[in-house]
Design a protein around this ligand. Structure first.
Ligand SMILES: [Zn+2]
Length: 79
């Protein structure tokens, strides 16, 4: 599912929203409740599509699986 960058032109709220392609675009701002919430077509949005959706989770991604350490398997396992 693509992530859309929404922005409210009234209060300036910016939010990334996960939507199906078939979902109707949101128009109501969750912050101020006005119908000024609109989908942005940003370069970042296109980049997400190309790279896969988890690009936004990049900083939250766990470190790669620790390779077992021959000399201290217990310590490595408990991180
Ligand atoms: Zn707003």
């Amino acid at each position: 599912m693509p992530i859309y960058d929404y922005r409210c032109s009234s209060c300036g709220l910016q939010q990334d929203i996960l939507q199906k392609m078939s979902d109707a675009p949101l128009t109501v701002c969750p912050e101020c409740g006005l119908h000024t919430f609109a989908k942005q077509l940003t370069a970042a949005g296109f980049q997400l599509k190309g790279n896969g959706y988890y690009a936004t989770d990049f900083k939250n991604q766990p470190k790669p699986e620790a390779t077992p350490c021959a000399s201290c398997p217990a310590a490595c396992a408990t991180d």
